[in-house]
Ligand binder design. Structure first.
Ligand SMILES: Cc1cc2nc3c(=O)[nH]c(=O)nc-3n(C[C@H](O)[C@H](O)[C@H](O)COP(=O)(O)OP(=O)(O)OC[C@H]3O[C@@H](n4cnc5c(N)ncnc54)[C@H](O)[C@@H]3O)c2cc1C
Ligand SMILES: NC(=O)c1ccc[n+]([C@@H]2O[C@H](COP(=O)([O-])OP(=O)(O)OC[C@H]3O[C@@H](n4cnc5c(N)ncnc54)[C@H](O)[C@@H]3O)[C@@H](O)[C@H]2O)c1
Length: 441
């Protein structure tokens, strides 16, 4: 049995950052990654970075084939950098293997066909999440059926793409593939787009996507897939309609990666949704085993995984003041065209929580810098607590919103009144200047 100070299972955002920091403190670290093409985690290899690279190129009218080539180049470069960052560190040993708990103290791996046992004072689970495959009849295993990971490895643009699921992945891929020239149909069980978002903004998004000729089937689930044994598949929907396409993307959520991890050999408990149960400091039900990132449930974002690493570092070496409870406002963006970015509450959510609110609204088209960048689409909205003047939330649908939302997040974290953003001087001509007007309530 080989002993380390720390075993990290999964080379994701939290895991790799933690490995580097522990190594700086002279800890011996075993980093175990089951898929070498995932060194650095899914974000850089098959999620955030490749999809946003494709989004960028689709918007710039680069052909699909060239964009895929550039995406592969970017991914390869980042993966190599990520690998070398740890491989070049004398304190870190990288194992190419699936890891499996044999007990609370022992993790089994396979090296050159031989099983090896590792143990450590501290074990960190950072195994991420995997595509949720919905129960469907028929040819689910057809080569024309893809997940978000496999579709972006397809070299040819599908002429017609059917997307099952209207969440983040469904809408981002719809936007990207339609911009490349595919004919996209989205099937969603909801009666409109993005049920948790501001209704006016969700409707603007639907109109914008419809104008691009993205087709929607609302209130419908795909129930059966039939591979027509030519270049087509047919989806049969719960409302008996059918959709024909050359490729199908399953975009129906992601589930925590706990399969084959051997957790049944430990007393680590799972939560109801299948994620690893953790306390506010990310300790599992075994106090030397921790879980970080997607596998521990909750919001699935790279920056959440990174923030999980900060909580763990603080618990190990700091004053344990950081925790899931002290995590402040978490912004997010859906990289459709134009993007939607959000932090905090919508007006409806704020009212349901009992706040008396005021709203600021600002059509992007009324902002001169939007004319400079030649993109007048979208609307920005903010929600203010009438009693305290604090910002309760912002929904920004429009160009550059993924950067702008971080300014609102910071003001909210500082608990600043809305006038803080209203009365600041911004340079010109830029999109953040819109806050002078957006926050004039
Ligand atoms: C298509 C797509 C687009 C996305 N876009 C964005 C975005 O724009 N912005 C954003 O913030 N988030 C985005 N996300 C979410 C983001 O990618 C994830 O939240 C984040 O990468 C999760 O990181 P992690 O640290 O939990 O683990 P991961 O990066 O998933 O790493 C887990 C690693 O563990 C390995 N592993 C699993 N089981 C084992 C085992 N038993 N033994 C050894 N190794 C194992 C896996 O191979 C993997 O490499 C996107 C997700 C998808 C799918
Ligand atoms: N920009 C970003 O930060 C970004 C981008 C992509 C993914 N992500 C992360 O990845 C996670 C997973 O994304 P996702 O889009 O797969 O999940 P999601 O939970 O956002 O959406 C899943 C959608 O599938 C629908 N659905 C479920 N079963 C269905 C069925 N049988 N037929 C039709 N529709 C069905 C659901 O109603 C829902 O709309 C997100 O929660 C997000 O955290 C983030």
């Amino acid at each position: 049995m080989t002993t380390y100070d720390a075993i990290i299972i999964g080379f994701g955002k939290a895991g790799k950052t933690l490995a580097g920091d522990l190594a700086k403190r002279d800890w011996s670290v075993a980093m175990i990654e089951k898929v070498p093409s995932m060194y650095g985690g899914i974000c850089i290899n098959a999620a955030c970075i490749p999809t946003k690279t494709l989004d960028h190129d689709a918007l710039n009218q680069i052909s699909y084939a060239d964009a895929i080539e550039r995406k592969d180049y970017v991914v390869e470069k980042l993966r190599t950098n990520n690998y070398n960052n740890l491989a070049d560190n004398d304190h870190v040993t990288i194992y190419d293997s699936e890891a499996r708990f044999k007990s609370d103290k022992e993790v089994e791996i396979e090296v050159n066909g031989k099983k090896e046992a590792l143990t450590a004072e501290h074990i960190f689970i950072n195994t991420g999440s995997t595509s949720n495959i919905p129960p469907m009849e028929g040819d689910l295993n057809s080569s024309k059926v893809y997940t978000s990971t496999t579709l972006i490895d397809r070299k040819e643009l599908p002429e017609q793409l059917a997307i099952i699921g209207g969440g983040y992945i469904g809408l981002e891929y719809a936007s990207i593939y339609q911009n490349f020239g595919a004919k996209v149909t989205v099937i969603t069980p909801d009666d409109g787009l993005l049920p948790d978002e501001d209704r006016q903004i969700a409707e603007e998004i639907r109109k914008e996507m419809k104008q691009k000729e993205i087709r929607f089937h609302f209130n419908a689930k795909a129930e059966k897939i039939t591979d027509e044994n030519n270049d087509k598949v047919t989806l049969t929907l719960s409302n008996d309609e059918t959709v024909s396409a050359n490729a199908v993307l399953l975009a129906t959520g992601r589930k925590p990666n706990v399969e084959n991890l051997g957790l049944e050999n430990t007393i680590v408990k799972l939560a109801e949704d299948g994620s690893v149960q953790v306390n506010d400091h990310l300790e599992t039900t075994v106090n030397h085993i921790w879980a970080l990132g997607d596998v521990k449930g909750g919001m699935q974002f790279t920056y959440v995984s990174l923030d999980d690493y900060r909580i763990v570092m603080d618990a190990l070496f700091g004053n344990k003041k950081r925790s899931l409870k002290t995590r402040q406002n978490v912004p997010y963006s859906i990289f459709i065209d134009p993007p939607l970015s959000r932090v905090g509450l919508t007006a409806k959510e704020a009212e349901e929580k009992g706040y008396e609110i005021e709203e600021g609204k600002f059509p992007v088209a009324s902002h001169p810098p939007a004319h400079v960048i030649d993109d007048l689409r979208g609307v920005f909205k903010v929600v203010i607590d009438k009693k305290t003047d604090k910002i309760l939330g912002a929904s920004l649908f429009g160009p550059e919103s993924p950067e702008l939302i971080n300014l609102v997040k910071m003001a909210m974290d500082l608990e600043a009144p809305y006038t803080f953003l209203r009365d600041k001087m911004y340079n010109h001509p830029v999109m953040s200047e819109s806050f002078n007007t957006l926050f004039t309530i």
